[in-house]
Ligand binder design. Structure first.
Ligand code: NI
Length: 255
């Protein structure tokens, strides 16, 4: 089976003890590619270093809304430089988080907008984090209509918003939450959206799927999200995984 984990944080300290063993074991578990999502400016060079030494990894560079208050105009130059590496393909994760509000909301919006403008200028895909900020997030995305590509990560909004994201040129990614018992709304959305715009991801070490919920997540657990999606779509797992795998390359503009 071919699997692309389209959102992971292997640089998280929760992997410090066994990161190297995991990096070796993942391809044996069918994980052909992983997108390492960057969260803050200090992470940019670490993602570049990881991607440069692990050939099946791709990476993003960007500032997460949690760290928006550390974003400076020079950060854009740092992102731009990181993206000159051939497997540094996306700007992310960027967006708005009104659940934790770790940075003031106006600062989050400015940080998101500046990185959206950079993605439009460079024609690079984005990885969007939108938590409890759907209205403002969509308002900003609409301003870039016709110039957007990339992924709505860890999708948690409505079917209408998912449709609009697709209309704006984005892919919609589902993670471990799809396997949760109470994810009835997500099941309905994931079974109706056009297959050619769906992705799966882990967001590891977070969002661990059932039956490992409560433990640390890693890319090999993505098969549980794949199984759930295959059941929802009444599809063969292998056939679905191949479609999602091909979608991943299109989402990130990888040849
Ligand atoms: Ni993430």
């Amino acid at each position: 089976m071919n699997i692309f984990d389209t959102h992971a944080h292997l640089l998280d300290e929760q992997f410090d003890a066994d990161r190297e063993q995991l990096l070796v074991s993942l391809p044996e578990a069918g994980i052909r590619h992983v997108m390492e999502a960057c969260c803050d400016e200090a992470g940019i060079d670490r993602v570049v270093e990881l991607v440069a030494r692990v050939p099946y990894f791709y990476g993003s560079a960007g500032v997460h809304p949690h760290s928006a208050d550390e974003f400076r105009p020079e950060t854009l130059e740092h992102i731009r430089t990181a993206l000159t590496h051939e497997r540094m393909v996306a700007i992310g994760e960027i967006g708005l988080d009104y659940h934790y509000d770790f940075s003031p909301r106006d600062v989050q919006r400015d940080c998101f907008d500046a990185q959206l403008a950079l993605s439009a200028e460079l024609r690079r895909p984005i990885i969007i984090h939108d938590r409890e900020a759907h209205g403002d997030c969509m308002d900003l995305l609409r301003r870039y209509r016709g110039r957007l590509s990339g992924v709505m990560h860890c999708f948690s909004a409505s079917y209408e918003i998912a449709k609009e994201c697709i209309d704006l040129g984005l892919f919609v990614a589902f993670g471990g939450a799809l396997t949760f018992k109470n994810a009835v709304n997500q099941w309905a959305i994931a079974s109706k959206l056009p297959l050619e715009r769906l992705l799966i991801e882990t967001d590891c070490p977070y969002m661990t799927p059932v039956p490992f919920r409560g433990k640390r997540n890693d890319p090999s657990y993505i098969v549980h999200t794949l199984k759930k999606l295959a059941a929802l779509r009444d599809m063969d797992e292998e056939e679905l995984s191949e479609i999602l795998y091909q979608n991943s390359f299109r989402a990130f503009g990888i040849e």
